[in-house]
Design a protein around this ligand. Sequence first.
Ligand code: DUC
Ligand code: ZN
Ligand code: ZN
Ligand code: ZN
Length: 471
Amino acid sequence: PNARTVIRGGLVITAADELHADVLIEGERVAALATTGSAAAEAWTADTVIDATGHYVIPGGVDAHTHMELPFGGTAASDTFETGTRAAAWGGTTTIVDFAVQPVGASLREGLDAWHAKADGNCAIDYAFHTIVSDVNDGVLKEMDALVDSGESTSFKLFMAYPGVFYSDDGRILRAMQRGAANGGLIMMHAENGIAIDVLVEQALAAGHTAPRYHGEVRRELLEAEATHRAIKLAQVAGSPLYVVHVSAASALAELAQARDAGLNVFGETCPQYLFLSTDNLAETGADGFEGAKYVCSTPLRPREHQAALWRGLRANDLQVVSTDHCPFCFAGQKELGRGDFSKIPNGLPGVENRMDLLHQAVVDGHITRRRWIEIACTTPARMFGLHPRKGTITPGADADIVVYDPTAVQTVSAATHHMNVDYSAYEGRQLAGRARTVLSRGTVVLDDGTWLGRAGHGAFQRRDTCQYLT
Ligand code: DUC
Ligand code: ZN
Ligand code: ZN
Ligand code: ZN
């Protein structure tokens, strides 16, 4: 017997519409929507009624870029799948897509098995996996076909950065793109020229430039733009679509815009840190000038003026997705590994809990509309990675991943109150308007009015279709 829940009286916001409607949930799925006060809505009986008067009713967020427990730089990202997915739900996100890493010298299968071992039975919300391909070879190309067919992983991240770790040269990238063009897999690109960056790193360290801010200086904007351009051309040669992750530079965005104007299936993601933070955060602050380490990530934070270009790109649809690249490392003991050598600071920022609220603040500030907020944070990531319409929208048949959002709640972001397993917040002290009040994951209330009701293991692994934007 399916439990019936009705969410009454809220403003339902999707990428397409805003309507005053009640939502009927049967079991794990949305059964119907009907105008609030209509005879149809009044006739619904329910086991549970959730009052959403004065609130938004939105699809749960889909964060298509997280790194729980990622081994990196001799340590590992500090959120487990248990702590990271719980924090996500506190912030109104109900699906994550994490990156399973192919170990060097091993298969994609071994990477995925390792990721299932970390995640299965531990997640509070639903989850899926991209695959990081660290070694393109004949076996891996065959594995890609099978993973796309089964839906276990239909997107593959390659790196033009990090020589000796994840890096692929142009020939390997081209081969993977050709395979993606043939099997429907979507190639995701970390677009920075890592070979050139490593030369600049070596020169900076030799000159005694060891502070965190030099991380931003050596990872030159030109080298993001150049790699973005090269990735686009390689995709064009392969006849494959391309999704560029964590776009931070205005000039890289311009490359995407030009490719899209030319009609190519090229997509771009940016992250909250590039929209809300800047090189100012990397400056030599704190007792010993090392506080900037908290803001070391790749691509790096850029000068402030890039923010306006990124907002424009989101409005113009030259950028389609905002995901977090959530990759937390504690300041104590982890970021500190890079004291005296910025190149040893583990790269990454926490943010999975903050994304929906930061983007809602952007609605309040006039950067984007409410529907665009839902589109870039929920609907498009779901469509891009083959999770739609199960995820990313509120429609009959969709999973009941729903957030009752209070747009008038005021919160002050702080590590003292957040739920991520990390000892600082990249947004410490920031006042934000809006907060998830009630969060449902497949029809189950996991968070209500500041009380955690979820459990590790509720979250289910999601097989995926291929990208739903290809023309
Ligand atoms: N960038 C980061 O900041 N962290 C993990 C990997 C990456 O590409
Ligand atoms: Zn990356
Ligand atoms: Zn990443
Ligand atoms: Zn309220």
